[in-house]
Design a protein around this ligand. Structure first.
Ligand SMILES: NC(=O)c1ccc[n+]([C@@H]2O[C@H](COP(=O)([O-])OP(=O)(O)OC[C@H]3O[C@@H](n4cnc5c(N)ncnc54)[C@H](OP(=O)(O)O)[C@@H]3O)[C@@H](O)[C@H]2O)c1
Length: 311
């Protein structure tokens, strides 16, 4: 098969940089890089950055377009890449909850990617590790309820937020909740609930989330309390997770341990005696890799393997 023509749109950003690193490491070399007019003309990873205009994306003859440009730019540009013949994997929130658009974590619902009509949405950086861990537990015992508290790194808010943290004196570090507030909860919390329901295909699953930004550069962590329909011991859960794809057991997961890894670290698996059939666990994941760039590339590779992209 000829090497697929891949466009990375948002290549100068936090997720774009990791996307380029992973594409290179995984042997994809027919790659063009795009960003806004601010970066057009710059050299990046040995390539010239092109401005992602609607006209250029329609004419670019890409097989795959990996977008990480933010929600409003995705809404504007993605349809043009699709019109130009590319299959798009979009990492923004623009299409995730749209009916008919697959929202995919390959280890959880990879087959859904094959139902695409041009766009596949990549989930939020907390939803990906959460569903990766929930899937084997659900298959074994049926999920009844999820409660989750997140500890999200600043790289989840992009390259400029990383620069701000680097420039901050350590005495200024604080917890933040820098998401849109709808009067009841932050949109990050509703995304975690709605995306988890869509990916797990459990539209009524009770999910309660509290999301918090912590002064860590890379690596999102989550404390998870879950209840199952059938009893599941901590030992059984540990065995299931130890055998699950893209999951690695670690006694005490942390963002520093997870940064740079492809797998989701999960540990502190224990009974939650405050609930019937309750379990508690802690996970950590590199939000720029499995939480974003890697998951999107895995979707693209799944499509290429199944010849669902005309390369
Ligand atoms: N960071 C994460 O952990 C994470 C995880 C999952 C999903 N995401 C999603 O991925 C997207 C990007 O996140 P990020 O963290 O990489 O952000 P970022 O560091 O701020 O980078 C944004 C990128 O988008 C480009 N861009 C912005 N507006 C554009 C436009 N109108 N046309 C073309 N390119 C444009 C920027 O180009 P310039 O350099 O030219 O400005 C830059 O390359 C967001 O939708 C975010 O929600 C991020």
């Amino acid at each position: 098969m000829p090497s697929p023509r891949i466009g990375v749109i948002g290549a100068t950003g936090a997720v774009g940089a990791v996307t380029l690193e992973l594409l290179r490491a995984r042997g994809h070399d027919n790659v063009r890089v795009f960003a806004s007019s601010r970066s057009a003309g710059r050299e990046l990873d040995g390539r010239l950055v092109e401005e992602a205009t609607p006209e250029l994306l329609e004419a670019a003859e890409l097989d795959l377009a990996l977008f990480s440009v933010g929600t409003s730019a995705s809404r504007e540009l993605v349809p043009h890449a699709v019109r130009g013949g590319a299959v798009v994997v979009d990492k923004s929130a623009a299409y995730r909850l749209e009916p008919g658009i697959p929202l995919v974590v390959p280890e959880v619902n990879g087959e859904r990617a094959l139902e695409h009509t041009g766009i596949i949405a990549n989930p939020n950086c907390c939803t990906i590790p959460l569903t990766t861990v929930l899937k084997p537990l659900h298959e074994a015992a049926g999920l009844r309820r999820i409660r989750v508290a997140t500890y999200q790194s600043v790289s989840g808010a992009g390259a400029s937020a990383m620069e701000r943290l680097r420039a901050e004196a350590s005495g200024e570090h604080d917890l933040r909740m820098d998401w849109d507030f709808d009067g009841e909860e932050f949109d990050e919390e509703s995304k975690l609930r709605e995306e988890t329901r869509k990916i797990m295909e459990l539209p009524e699953l009770p999910v309660s989330a509290t999301c918090v930004r912590v002064p860590v550069l890379v690596g999102h962590s989550e404390a998870v309390w879950l209840e199952t329909e059938e009893p599941l011991t901590a030992e059984q859960a540990r065995a299931l997770l130890g055998a699950a794809p893209s999951v690695r057991l670690d006694d005490v997961p942390s963002p520093a341990k997870a940064a740079g890894l492809d797998e989701v670290l999960v540990g502190r698996i224990r009974p939650d005696r405050s609930a019937d059939n309750g379990l508690a666990l802690f996970l950590a994941c590199d939000n720029l890799r499995k939480g974003a760039a890697l998951n999107a590339i895995q979707i693209a590779e799944l499509l290429l393997r199944r010849e669902a992209v005309a390369a």
